[in-house]
Each structure stands twice: as structure tokens, then as C-alpha cells.
Design a binder for this molecule. Sequence first.
Ligand SMILES: *Cc1c(COP(=O)(O)O)cnc(C)c1O
Length: 360
Amino acid sequence: MERIYNFSAGPAVLPREVLEQARDELVNWQGCGMSVMEMSHRGKEFMGIAAQAEADLRELMAIPANYKVLFLQGGASAQFAMVPMNLLRGKAGADYLNTGEWSKKAIKEAKKYCAVNVVATSEDKNFSYAPTQDKWALKPDAAYVHYTPNETIGGVEIFWTPQTGDVPLVADMSSTILSRPVDVSKFGLIYAGAQKNIGPAGLTIVIVREDLIGQTVAGTPTMMDYKIHAEAESMYNTPPTYGIYIAGLVFKWLKHNGGLGAMESHNIAKANVLYGYLDTTLFYHCPTAKENRSRMNIPFTLKDAALDEAFLKGAKERGLVQLKGHRSVGGMRASIYNAMPIEGVKILVDYMKAFEQKNG
Ligand SMILES: *Cc1c(COP(=O)(O)O)cnc(C)c1O
């Protein structure tokens, strides 16, 4: 079978060109006689790969010089603990916005370390929107303000940057990083698991303003201390070398395709294809508030849930896979990260129309 269209929320589709280059270099990387997987992380070949990946990410996101870029492990979930451990800096509490399942997990973990003030929640409407900042009850003495700019499960995205004054802003960008430009200087810390828009699972990226690190809570394990990783340039222990290599190829692919501005236009065009159709039909329903419609994860339900199985089966027969919604919300979800071509979205919509005609 040729490549299918993979709408998985993560691990997710990667650019075909990246996979092909990785294949070509798998056994013998650039004539050095070994695979990237076999290289010492302290050897000059791998040090070069890691340095280039960091330089390309810095260029793509225009990361200011006073920010550290860390290549870590443990997923975004480990960051739910590392953020409070490192950023409380002697303060008693932190502010969290609650817009869905990932916010809730971050809050739950932070409660182990500090008093969490939930500044606002959209639980009243089943997490189908994000409260605007005029509804947030921020605390001026909070150590930081944490939010989830794209809730991967609910498909709720926040396109504006919260204004938090001197209180550092922390964002779990796992499912929106690299999908559009962001002004990194507005953030104290950005983190993302790689498996949505960056590369293979196992790599986690942290971008942190350097003055915020080095004041961990007592008992913080060495491996959870940003400062340790920053000083060792992410080589304190063995980093996820192959993941860093693939991420580096993805960064090159993004640069080659016009960078994050071009990616944003491409992602808007793709999302418009699917939302545009959803707006014309009563057979399918998208629960998300219009101003928070995620460009990366698009949930929708069928008018009659009894048709879900038939919908998924027919989709699979056409090479459209991983459309089943998250178990907590049901229905369908199409994740259309950077590497999903617009053709994939068009073929999905054609299929949805045909299915409606047959069953509507
Ligand atoms: C996937 C995801 C996570 C969890 O990532 P892991 O790498 O599996 O720990 C956390 N937050 C968001 C927004 C996600 O999309």
C-alpha cells in the first residue's frame, strides 16, 4: 500500500521527505560508516547534528539569545512537574488556566508542589472554548501563569498571547508549536512533546528564559533540573539522539518550505477546508467555539453516533486513518499537523460528503 493519510493526534504524520532522507541515511550517515543511532552523543558527528538542530529551531522561532533550548525526555507530562519544581523560585503558588484535559493534568501535577490558582475554566461548556483574559482572576504574586494554547483533545486553540506583566508566562505548546509564528519573548517558558509537530516520541523540547532557572525546590532530582541540562547543553546524560536528528530534519524541511509564516498560511487553508464544510452541514457537528477552532485538531460528531463505526470503516477503506475521537469526548477528530498535506484534508471532506449523501 502507498502512504495513507494519518489523522492521528500523536504520534503523528511526519513529512514524507524527512522519512525518505532518514531512510537514505539510516545505515550510513553522510559517509561516516554508521547510523545516527550508533553514534556517541559526545562525538563530533552527533554534536554537529544537535547544534544544527538547535540553530535551525532558533532561526525558525526567532528565539532570543537569553533563552535556552533544551532537548529532554519524559514527554510533556514530565514538564507538568518540572515547571513547578523549577519555576516556583520560592513562591507559594502559580496561576493556571483550565481549558481541557491537558490543562487538568498540568494542574493536578502542580498541586503536588504549590497552591494552584485556577484563573478561569471553560468546564461550564464542556471545554468547548477558552475564556478571554478579561475573565481571568490572575494573582500578582503568582510564580508563573500556565496555559495550554492548543488543547489537543478538545480542539480548542488560543490565538492571542496572554498579557501577564512581570509574571512569567508558561505554555504547553505540544500540539501547536511550529504551526505558526509566536513571539518567544512574551514567554518565560515554552514546552512541547515532539510527537505532534516536531518528530518522533521520546524527545521533549523546552525553551526557557535563562534568568528563571537555577532555583529548584528542595529535593528536585538532578534529571529534573533545567539548569543542569542547560549547562550541559542537553548532554548531561545520553539525550534522545535519534529523535533530535529527526527533529533537525523536520526543522530543515520547515525552513525549506518557507518557515512558520508559510506554515501558518498552509494550516489556515487546510483548516478552512474542513471547518468550511462542517459549517454547511447538519449531518456533522463541530462543538468548538468559532474563535477557538484549532487548526491542528478538529473534533466533530456525526448526527447519529450509531453511524460512527461505519464512518470509520469506510474512511479506512479509503486510506483515511486514526479519525476516532479521544475516548473522553467520543465522535471523530482529525488532526492535521504541519506534515498533513492539503490533499489529505480534501480527500477527507470528499469522503464525508459522500458518507452524508448515503446516510443523511
Ligand atoms: C500530547 C500532549 C501532552 C502529553 O504529551 P506526552 O509527551 O505524551 O507526555 C501534553 N499536553 C498536550 C497539549 C499534548 O497535546
